[in-house]
Design a protein around this ligand. Structure first.
Ligand SMILES: [Zn+2]
Length: 252
């Protein structure tokens, strides 16, 4: 859904940019750029747009216009309008990796050869990113579906384990196969779902799978933005809406 900003000590990465709503309103200019400004983030080292779906790519051009950005990685076709205006555009593919401030970033998917498979669904081209710090790890599988999950379980089995998972495809039943969940085994599972979205995400049976696996559940439709902090005291997750609400209750 909305973009996710990942900040190490001195670097910032934006992973997906949320939807556009109309010709001049999108989550890039209405939510992400204002959020970055408020957070004092004046530039992005990199931006990743995982795949060619409005709910992930719709805000990208606005963010690129408003926030200086170092490089851009995606699975978008080369003739896409975003790629045309992006700085240093490149494909995402399994095997890319880099390190910022002691935090490691590994792209686990898609395989480079998958770009030759014309019929592949956009969801299954999603740039799957694993972020590993001394204090914990995070897996971002975008909207991959069951066949990609299976491929990852087979080819990247060890890399899948993560403390925090942003649940694939917004908790759709196309995804979150039992094998995949068992391999990731997240302590925290975050569902990025729009409030009363027309897809009925997340599916109750999918939420139940994570609860059965012992994961703590966050949902953006109920919790608002979820702020994660990885540090010496462990991983803290704060639901923006609940934190704000609590403050309001105490103040009142
Ligand atoms: Zn999506």
């Amino acid at each position: 859904m909305w973009g996710k900003d990942y900040q190490t000590a001195h670097h910032n990465l934006l992973y997906d940019t949320g939807p556009s709503y109309s010709a001049d309103a999108d989550s890039g200019n209405r939510i992400i750029a204002p959020y970055l400004r408020a957070a004092g983030i004046s530039h992005l080292d990199g931006m990743i747009v995982t795949h060619n779906d409005n709910d992930h790519s719709g805000g990208a051009i606005s963010v690129l216009q408003e926030v200086p950005t170092g490089w851009f990685a995606s699975s978008l076709p080369a003739d896409n309008a975003i790629v045309a205006v992006a700085p240093q555009p490149r494909r995402c593919y399994a095997g890319q990796h880099w390190q910022w401030d002691g935090v490691r970033f590994d792209m686990l998917h898609p395989a480079w050869q998958s770009y030759d498979v014309e019929k592949l669904k956009d969801n299954d081209r999603g740039c799957v990113l694993k972020i590993t710090s001394r204090f914990g790890s995070l897996l971002l599988p975008a909207d991959i579906e069951s066949s990609s999950e299976q491929a990852l379980v087979e080819a990247q089995s060890d890399a899948l384990a993560a403390d925090v998972l942003v649940v694939p495809h917004h908790g759709s039943k196309t995804s979150s196969t039992p094998d995949f969940i068992a391999r990731v085994h997240p302590k925290i599972a975050i569902f990025t779902t729009g409030y009363r979205n027309r897809f009925g995400h997340p599916k109750a049976e999918v939420v139940a799978r994570y609860k059965d696996a012992g994961s703590r559940i966050y949902r953006s439709d109920e919790d608002g933005a979820v702020l994660l902090d990885f540090g010496k005291t462990g991983i803290s997750a704060n639901a923006w809406r609940k934190t704000a609400h609590r403050y309001w209750d105490e103040a009142g």
